[in-house]
Design a binder for this molecule. Structure first.
Ligand SMILES: CC(=O)N[C@H]1[C@@H](OP(=O)(O)OP(=O)(O)OC[C@H]2O[C@@H](n3ccc(=O)[nH]c3=O)[C@H](O)[C@@H]2O)O[C@H](CO)[C@@H](O)[C@@H]1O[C@H](C)C(=O)N[C@@H](C)C(=O)N[C@H](CCC(=O)N[C@@H](CCC[C@@H](N)C(=O)O)C(=O)O)C(=O)O
Ligand SMILES: Nc1ncnc2c1ncn2[C@@H]1O[C@H](COP(=O)(O)OP(=O)(O)OP(=O)(O)O)[C@@H](O)[C@H]1O
Ligand SMILES: C[C@@H](N)C(=O)N[C@H](C)C(=O)O
Length: 437
């Protein structure tokens, strides 16, 4: 996009080279800014302090709220608010995109579903998706701004932890197809009770031509066309069989039946596959090759990735945690035919239900045949009130990490899971180093 066009879109004041074109939009110089427009934002620090760095690293232009020195052959656009200007660029991109935009929300499974849709559809459409879990307004604005012109299907996650966020994001991205993967107890600190969570998630279907929602919540869909999925619905999950490292299942829909083998154990990919078939039905895409393609799906990082190390089965589910994803992960641990150890951190942002949900974990672990629990965090201590096996509890990170460095995990299956703030990837790294293949 040309500098002078960007100045018009952002209603900013252009300085420097006006005929130069940028190839992307970036807000972090650590992520690569070559040939990009740099957008300095305010985090803990002020992104304006990195404008010089951006130019040195190859950015062609910058948005800025203050006058800056512009190197020869480059440009700056002065605006009142860099984030609002970034939003205007994203809005412009949306207005000029006339193909299919698929938006995904839900209490669990947004990233897994987004990645699976991309995996299944990218051989027949020019498909584009958000990076990582870029699912808030910044993530959406970044992804939309960088939307390639040739895109035919764009898949965007929408996340929330407070009422109204999904409505705002939906109005901004204007989906053609909206997906609700699941409605569960997550983010209850900001979203309070189940009814609020349900309303928040279902607001993704407002004024949207087509939606894919769990059968149980079909009556709350506001979309013009709704395809349902689940144990009942238009796309039905049948014949579920769980194994330690995979899940077998079939999907039935409109008189057809397809059998699948999920390379991720547990339920996450079963749910995502049902969603994918529902989306394919809306798009009129043939699904005959979905079972074969599902087999080669790689789980997104830190989402139930099973690693077979020397004498240890490591179940890395360290990305995040809420009651439903905990239940699924503990179920996967229960399937392992050896001594079961759970290394668990707090489930964050649960608010009033936090105490009770953490307490319930102990019972869940008992039923799953887990005999050793290593717990880290303020809230997870409640699990020890009900857990009957051997337990070790830490609130000081250094002591916890020291324990992980020395505990004997040999011959055991080890689940590592907790909310993002626990940074349990460090535990994964230590176990890998100690028992690496
Ligand atoms: C504003 C910003 O850019 N934040 C990112 C930044 O954070 P930080 O505050 O540490 O920045 P700094 O103070 O260091 O720097 C200031 C700016 O300068 C840039 N900069 C810095 C150093 C440097 O060397 N060069 C630079 O250019 C810098 O980029 C800043 O612009 O950096 C962090 C590390 O890279 C980023 O993590 C941070 O990004 C924030 C978290 C963000 O929102 N990122 C989105 C792209 C995103 O979508 N992230 C998702 C996770 C989203 C999420 O948590 N979703 C929730 C639900 C939604 C909740 C909603 N209410 C909300 O508020 O978000 C969920 O549960 O799913 C992801 O990362 O996957
Ligand atoms: N349908 C599901 N049922 C139970 N657990 C699931 C399901 N889908 C995903 N999970 C689990 O939830 C966790 C997060 O998965 P994923 O990243 O796909 O969800 P998300 O909604 O994108 O999370 P975030 O809100 O952080 O972006 C992982 O532990 C994953 O295994
Ligand atoms: C980091 C964000 N995407 C997330 O998943 N948050 C929840 C609360 C978690 O970390 O468990």
């Amino acid at each position: 996009m040309k500098a002078e066009d960007l100045a018009k879109i952002t209603e900013g004041r252009l300085r420097g080279e006006k005929n130069i074109s940028v190839s992307s939009f970036e807000f972090d110089t650590r992520e690569g800014v070559s040939e990009a427009l740099f957008i300095p934002l305010k985090g803990k620090r002020d992104g304006h302090d990195f404008i010089e760095d951006a130019f040195l690293k190859g950015a062609l232009g910058t948005l800025t709220e203050i006058p800056v020195e512009v190197p020869e052959g480059k440009f700056s656009i002065e605006v009142e608010d860099t984030f609002l200007a970034f939003k205007k660029i994203a809005q412009f991109k949306r207005e000029n995109f006339s193909k299919t935009l698929v938006a995904v929300t839900g209490s669990v499974g947004k990233t897994t579903t987004k990645e699976l849709l991309f995996h299944l559809f990218s051989d027949r459409f020019k498909t584009y998706k958000n990076k990582k879990s870029f699912n808030n307004m910044l993530g959406v604005v970044y992804t939309l701004s960088n939307l390639p012109r040739e895109t035919e299907v764009y898949i965007q996650e929408l996340g929330t932890n407070a009422p109204g966020e999904i409505g705002e994001l939906t109005a901004f991205v204007k989906p053609d197809i909206s997906i609700v993967t699941a409605v569960e107890r997550a983010h209850t600190e900001g979203l309070k009770d189940f009814d609020t969570i349900l309303k928040e998630k279902m607001s993704i279907t407002e004024d949207v031509p087509a939606a894919v929602v769990p059968y149980a919540f079909r009556e709350f869909s506001k979309s013009f066309e709704t395809v349902t999925f689940g144990r009942e619905g238009d796309v039905r999950v049948v014949d579920l069989k769980f194994f330690p490292d995979r899940t077998l299942f079939s999907l039935e829909f409109f008189g057809k039946r397809l059998s699948f083998e999920s390379p991720i154990p547990g339920y996450s990919l079963v749910n995502a596959a049902a969603v994918a078939v529902a989306v394919a039905l809306i798009l009129g895409v043939d699904v005959a090759d979905f079972p074969e393609r599902l087999k080669s799906f790689q789980p997104p990082e830190m989402r139930l990735c099973i690693e077979r190390l020397k004498g240890v089965v490591l179940i890395n589910d360290a990305y995040n945690a809420n009651p439903r994803s905990m239940e699924n992960a503990i179920h996967v641990l229960s399937l392992q035919p050896t001594t079961k150890v759970a290394v668990l951190g707090d489930m964050a942002e649960l608010g009033e239900i936090s105490r009770e949900e953490h307490r319930k974990l102990g019972e869940l672990l008992n039923r799953a045949g887990v005999t050793e629990l290593v717990a880290f965090g303020e809230e997870i201590g409640r699990a020890l009130e009900t857990f009957k096996g051997k337990s070790f509890y830490f609130t000081i990170r250094e002591e916890f990490i020291n324990f992980i460095n020395n505990y004997d995990f040999s011959g055991k299956a080890v689940l590592v899971k907790g909310s993002r703030k626990n940074r349990l990837e460090e535990v994964v790294k230590i176990i890998r180093q100690r028992y690496g293949s």
